[in-house]
Design a protein around this ligand. Structure first.
Ligand code: 5AD
Ligand code: SF4
Length: 365
């Protein structure tokens, strides 16, 4: 083991056991991401698994993901939902249909619903508020993942009863961000994240590993920024080339790099909920299980009806494309138990970090 790596790991391990972990040095985050030989990777993964057990325990939280519209006005170069992709058959669920599916999800014993779509402004402020209020009556925790919207939309939805919002930063490299997301900037995105924090949402972010043009420094920076922002959740997954996009011929993100990023994220943000992402499970048959053993503690089963799910083609060959939601639930529970873990019963709200979060939102960058 290289002495510099060993020192970075020691510092991270001590910090992660503090009641109030501080933000790791960027150099340490970078050094941990360079874990190379078997010994370094093993040490990193073991540490991440221990810190996961220490902070968030053995419970795995299930969040039922409902992809209710695949329309999107944006044109991100990596994503199959991009507006220019005419190969995609578009669908949009009626608000009543979304509520009806939420009821089914509740009956399947899920505690959280994640409402996800492309950036689809056909769902205006009031429509989304109505959906939230209806679902809220069922006693489900509500996570929204609807992209970049106005502050007033976010505020109305929080008032209607949404608990959480997911908005991945995708990449913090400002030049790369602008290139991959035409018309958008990293600053726009980060501003939305700050608003969400300020409004009191439990805020989730995340990034992609292996984006064309991304360096290791960028991944380190993504993690450092999310730690600084004290995000409550960070979804980290590999980039998967989609032939229906301009990046179709680029190489896929590496499974080991992705797992290292998850492990380092656990050390840098010990308090956070870290999902074992579907993308990780798509590039490796045991991807999600491996992530759960290297820092992750959340799984987001896709409960979108199969006929819609196959059109929610962000990237190709998404795992479990043919499984109905109830089968999916049983399958995932079995896999979680096989790892010696258990499915959480509660809502799995963010760990209490409120004081620091408020401090940040008020005085932040
Ligand atoms: N590979 C992996 N993840 C992707 N996403 C979009 N396109 C891809 C891709 N090609 C992720 C982004 C986005 C979410 C909708 O899906 O992180 O936030
Ligand atoms: Fe739309 Fe999000 Fe895909 Fe970009 S990544 S095209 S905003 S769904």
């Amino acid at each position: 083991m290289r002495p510099s790596f060993k020192k970075a790991l020691q510092r991270a391990a001590i910090n992660a056991r503090k009641l109030r972990p501080t933000v790791l040095y960027k150099e340490d985050i970078l050094s941990l991401l360079t874990a190379s030989d078997g010994k370094e990777m093993e040490a990193l993964f073991n540490e991440a698994d221990e810190v996961r057990a220490f902070w968030v325990g053995d419970e795995v939280h299930l969040r039922a993901l409902l992809e209710f519209s695949n329309y999107c006005i944006r044109d991100c170069l990596y994503c199959g939902l991009r507006a220019s992709n005419v190969a995609l058959k578009r669908y949009r669920m009626a608000p009543e249909k979304i509520v009806e599916l939420a009821r089914k999800i509740k009956s399947m014993d899920f505690n959280t619903i994640v409402l996800q779509s492309g950036e689809d402004f056909a769902y205006d402020r009031d429509t989304v508020s109505w959906i939230i209020r209806e679902i809220k009556k069922m006693g489900l925790a509500i996570t929204l993942s609807l992209g970049e919207r106005e502050f007033e939309d976010y505020r109305a939805w929080k008032e209607a009863g949404a608990h959480r919002y997911l908005l991945k930063l995708e990449t913090s490299d400002t030049v790369l961000h602008a290139r991959l997301r035409p018309g958008r900037t990293f600053e726009d995105r980060f501003q939305c994240l700050r608003w969400l924090k300020e409004l009191g949402y439990q805020t989730g972010s995340g990034n992609m590993v292996g984006l064309p043009g991304q360096s290791l420094e960028t991944i380190a920076n993504d993690i450092a920024l999310m730690a600084e922002l004290r995000v409550d959740m960070a979804g980290i997954g590999p980039f998967i080339p989609n032939p229906e996009t301009p990046l179709g011929d680029c190489p896929q993100g590496d499974i080991w790099m992705t797992l290292k990023a998850v492990a380092v994220a656990r050390l840098a943000m010990p308090w956070a909920h870290l999902p074992a992402t579907t993308a990780t499970g798509t590039i490796h048959p045991q991807g999600r299980e491996m992530a759960l053993q290297r820092g992750a503690n959340v799984v987001m089963p896709d409960v979108t009806p199969v006929e819609n799910r196959k059109e929610y083609r962000i990237y190709p060959n998404k795992m479990c494309l043919f499984d109905e939601a109830d089968h999916c639930r049983t399958c995932i529970e079995g896999k979680i138990r096989a790892l010696g873990r258990r499915v959480a019963r509660g809502y799995g709200h963010a760990l209490a970090f409120q004081d620091q979060q408020t401090e940040y939102a008020n005085g932040g960058r």
